[in-house]
Design a protein around this ligand. Structure first.
Ligand code: MN
Length: 726
């Protein structure tokens, strides 16, 4: 049984300056108020808070968290009040205890959602402010799962299901591997007792039978590393947790005996380059299975997990999974957020350095928010405990609920369409923020408006609510219609004028209306809009109003070639149809920041000669001048475009790099990228059967010169066979 002294010892070990007195005081207090209470197991209640605090010391958390662990049930289950906690242990602990208490209250009253709405909002805000609330709650749930046998079966199932649905994914999201595995295996045990028992026995049997095999594989790995003077901190051979094996069996519809990689071998290396070297050695030792190599070092998982994974055909012809990582990466894989906590705390200049601690907390929340897919993260917080909504306040303290990722623009439209349409800026908690700022729980938002302002197309890239999207799209559509009308009118007028026909006269006589109807449009205006969109060519209109023999006289019809343009007129038109605020990096006829789409076929980068193509209805696409696709099109619809880029402008480029399959290759290529200052968006490395590797990298390229230099640098790496831009 865990004792207070065990907890104090552990805390002192990882934090020699810790304030042990407050932990002792919390223990004494908890013992006093829980006096006489029993757990379902018949043990004194105090054991539970003590064990929870024990789990928190395994996560190496600070004193406030440990104290919260000891006190977490006092509000709920004893006569203790929040004021008592504040008086005795201070505001920080009180806030944490409050946060944990509210989480419990909420999960206990699932049916009273309405009543709990206000409480819920407060809770979310409290939690967003301090992640330790979640960590204490996870420790609480871990101990409850370990003692679940004392509950009635119905309750066991309900709690186990909730744990599997919410708490295990949460531990996974926070990167705390061991808690996630514990929670999964325990939930599995209560939800599917027969399957659990069966699998448990099989794995135990296999563990005994595999002892020798594991030792042999470890010995081969050690020898290979030593032979190459590569020092390795640890070679592990472990069975995966039961629930993950069970999930594999279920997913593949297969039996336990058919699962190949129930054992994971793990190499813990001294440095990151050593990981890649070790990977190379593993691949020379045993043949890798194509498509099974994953580089989570170059591209970490959202929960910060880093490791190299590969599956090879092992020494006995069976599949073998090897994970390679540094000891720091290993620690993060096991402890996740808690590891970062302890790590930063250890580096703080002194104990009780609140500013640093809170700076770190803020950083942590930034990290949580900065996850690539916040929806994925919040999906883990499902059920009644968490939602994917945030709650923000108006200056008058009204609450607005918005989806995660919502911006001040969403907020403005949530208040009133007119406020959305006219919004030019926003203040959050009194500070000016960009319109694309992602609102956080508890923010107080004030929208600044200007009577002459309009929705911008840029907003579409960041708004989250359907209300805002619909309003902005509606406005843009209307605006595009007006612009297209003007462009269509100008183009038609100019073409007709070349044959001394006046558009205005045609409209007055009603002839133009007939043309519109003949071409399938209800009104003259609709036809002109269609010309502006590129759906109808001016030549089609000319054909109705100019005799064919006259038309033949002048060969150049349709949109004039750039060289023949009367400068000014066309510029004005283009100016109208393009969105000047977009940072496209392309200039059309002297108009900077013209709104264009880059051809996916040729993917131009600054420095490539380019040409524009007027599409039917989708604006102007930009291709390289030599692109086959554009050369096959109507020359009359081409238009001169030039690069006009800002210093931070980049274009995505995909490079296919064919190499021999040698150790350290990927590390060398990655180094080349970073030396040229090129960031990798996506990477995919695949070893083909003939000892070749095909590596695809999507990178951000500033210009052609940088791309050429990068290609040269990669081509110089030994073992690189070909570098292709695709
Ligand atoms: Mn508890």
């Amino acid at each position: 049984m865990l004792r207070l002294n065990d907890i104090l010892d552990r805390v002192q070990q990882y934090n020699p300056d810790a304030d042990l007195d407050i932990i002792k005081k919390a223990y004494v207090y908890s013992a006093k108020v829980h006096q006489g209470q029993m757990r379902k197991s018949g043990e004194p209640y105090l054991i539970h808070p003590l064990e929870v605090a024990g789990i928190l010391t395994q996560l190496k958390l600070d004193e406030a968290s440990i104290v919260t662990g000891l006190l977490h049930d006092t509000i709920e289950d004893t006569l203790t009040t929040m004021d008592d906690i504040t008086d005795l242990f201070g505001a920080e602990v009180a806030q944490l205890v409050d946060g944990v208490t509210k989480l419990s209250q909420l999960s206990a009253n699932v049916s009273q959602e309405e009543k709990q709405a206000e409480n819920f909002r407060k809770m979310i805000v409290a939690m967003a402010r301090d992640i330790r609330v979640i960590l204490v709650k996870l420790a609480d749930r871990s101990h409850n799962m370990r003692t679940l046998e004392h509950m009635i079966p119905e309750k066991q199932k309900r709690i186990a299901q909730e744990t599997l649905d919410i708490y295990a994914p949460l531990a996974n999201r926070l990167g705390i591997g061991w808690i996630k595995q514990d929670l999964e295996d325990l939930s599995f045990k209560y939800l599917r007792p027969t399957d659990y028992q069966d699998l448990h026995e099989r794995v135990e049997k296999k563990k005994k039978a595999s002892e020798k095999y594991i030792e042999e594989v470890q010995a081969i790995l050690r020898a290979k590393l030593a032979e190459n003077n590569l020092s390795c901190l640890q070679v592990q051979g472990r069975f995966k947790n039961l629930y993950s094996i069970y999930k594999k069996m279920r997913a593949g519809g297969i039996e336990f005996d058919q699962i190949h990689d129930v054992i994971a071998f793990r190499l813990i290396m001294k440095s990151m380059p050593a990981c890649y070297e070790a990977l190379g050695l593993v691949h020379t030792l045993w043949k890798p299975l194509p498509g099974r190599f994953k580089d989570y070092i170059a591209i970490p998982k959202p929960n910060m997990y880093q490791s190299l994974h590969t599956t090879v055909i092992g020494p006995f012809g069976d599949r073998l999974e090897v994970q390679i990582r540094t000891d720091e990466m290993h620690r993060i894989a096991e402890e996740g957020i808690a590891a970062h906590w302890a790590y930063k705390e250890g580096r703080a200049s002194g104990a009780g350095d609140d500013a640093k601690k809170f700076a770190w907390l803020r950083q942590l929340m930034e990290w949580v928010r900065g996850l690539k897919d916040p929806k994925e993260f919040l999906d883990a917080f499902k059920g009644d405990l968490f939602t994917d909504e945030i709650y923000v306040f108006t200056p008058a303290n009204d609450v607005k609920s918005l989806p995660v990722g919502a911006t001040p623009v969403d907020f403005a439209y949530a208040i009133h369409s007119d406020i959305g349409d006219r919004c030019v800026g926003a203040k959050v908690d009194g500070k000016i923020v960009p319109l694309r700022y992602k609102l956080k729980n508890g923010d107080t938002v004030e929208v600044m408006t200007s009577p002459n302002s309009h929705p911008s197309k840029d907003w579409l890239s960041f708004v989250k609510t359907s209300r805002a999207l619909a309003r902005i799209r509606g406005y843009i559509k209307e605006q595009q219609r007006e612009q297209s009308l003007e462009l269509g009118r100008n183009l038609t007028e100019r073409e007709l004028k070349r044959f001394n026909v006046s558009l205005n006269k045609l409209i007055k006589t009603g002839d133009f209306k007939k043309t519109a109807e003949a071409l399938g449009y209800r009104t003259e205006e609709a036809l002109l809009v269609a010309v502006g969109y590129g759906k109808v060519l001016p030549t089609q209109i000319l054909a109705k109003h100019v005799p064919p023999e006259k038309l033949a006289d002048k060969e150049a019809v349709g949109v004039p070639r750039p060289a023949e343009q009367e400068e000014g007129a066309f510029t004005k038109i283009i100016n109208k149809v393009t969105n000047r605020s977009a940072k496209s990096g392309v200039r059309i006829n002297g108009i900077d920041d013209a709104l264009v789409i880059f051809g996916r076929c040729c993917g131009p980068v600054p420095g490539d000669p380019i040409i524009g193509f007027i599409t039917r209805g989708r604006g102007i696409t930009v291709h390289t001048a030599s692109c086959d696709k554009v050369l096959a099109t109507d020359p009359n619809r081409r238009i001169e475009v030039t690069w006009d880029v800002k210093p931070d402008f980049t274009r995505p480029v995909t490079l296919r790099i064919m190499t021999t399959d040698r150790a350290g290759m990927i590390a060398d290529i990655s180094t080349a990228f970073s030396q040229k200052g090129v960031s990798i968006v996506q990477a995919n490395c695949r070893v083909t059967t003939d000892d070749r590797a095909v590596n695809t990298f999507e990178v951000k390229i500033s210009n052609l010169k940088q791309l050429d230099e990068l290609k040269n640098a990669i081509e110089r790496i030994p073992g690189v066979i070909e570098v292709m831009r695709s």
